[in-house]
Design a protein around this ligand. Structure first.
Ligand code: PEP
Length: 255
């Protein structure tokens, strides 16, 4: 059975001290535990170590994720971060392929595939994002578009433990815009992703891979998404920046 996951993408928000305060606040909100829900937070890279220390000190029930990685092991790649560096500061997850990285930094599916392989070689779980633009949604080709992304992003991956590869379906038009997809919109695409995973990896592996919804998810709408068969949790941007609201989303997932 797939464990639900609620992951918070802090994006380029919070200075070091603010990140510590947010992590401490979340640790307090979740001190009763998170039941059968995996909770993950993804602070900016410079704050990973500080948040890792909060997690350790407070015995907080959430895991640490990076927001990006480079696929090489070391070398002359100014500004980049290697998987072993993330591992060394305690990151056990890493978001890859976020639409903001695709749009603003020109990341391709081939890059995302290389990042997934590099992370998995270090035992770091990719949270691999996919999703269509408004233009594609309006043209009605969103399912084909996302299925194509999934095929390219997973090409040649060896998934022995399906709990160690996570997909986030994030329709770009719903990210940070306040416009959410309906739960049925999310299920339509997440269901198609699951079918594609069956074709690629077989029934058993596909049944164990978590597919999250992301795009203006918040405490009031999360329950509707979680009712859907192929939606196993949420990747949350804006609403992850307040400890109490994010904890409410975790509690909804526990219900
Ligand atoms: C995201 O950036 O992954 C995201 C889903 O953002 P928001 O929840 O703010 O739409």
């Amino acid at each position: 059975m797939r464990k639900r996951m609620i992951a918070g993408n802090w994006k380029m928000n919070k200075t070091f001290s603010e990140a510590i305060v947010l992590a401490q606040g979340l640790a307090k909100e979740l001190e009763g535990g998170t039941g059968d829900v995996d909770v993950v937070v993804a602070p900016p890279a410079v704050n990973l170590k500080g948040v890792a220390e909060v997690i350790e000190k407070e015995e907080a029930p959430f895991a640490l994720s990076a927001q990006n990685v480079y696929w090489e092991e070391a070398g002359a790649y100014t500004g980049e971060t290697a998987p072993n560096m993330l591992e060394a500061v305690g990151a056990t997850y890493c978001i890859i392929g976020h639409s903001e990285r695709r749009d603003y930094f020109g990341e391709t599916d081939e890059d995302i595939n290389k990042k997934a392989k590099a992370l998995m070689a270090h035992g770091i779980v990719p949270i691999s994002c996919c999703g269509e633009s408004l233009e594609i949604r309006e043209a009605g080709t969103h399912v084909e578009f996302v299925v194509d992304q999934i095929k390219k992003d997973t090409a040649g991956l060896e998934i022995t433990d399906p709990s160690k590869y996570v997909i986030a379906y994030e329709p770009i038009w719903a990210i940070g815009t306040g416009k959410t997809a309906t739960a049925d919109d999310a299920q339509e695409v997440c269901g198609a992703i699951r079918k594609t995973l069956v074709e690629i990896f077989g029934e058993e592996t596909a049944a164990g891979i978590r597919i999250l919804y992301g795009g203006s998810a918040n405490p009031s709408n999360i329950a509707g998404f979680l009712e859907k068969e192929d939606v196993d949790g949420a990747l949350v941007g804006g609403a992850s920046l307040k400890a109490d609201g994010f904890a409410d989303m975790v509690h909804s997932a526990m219900a």
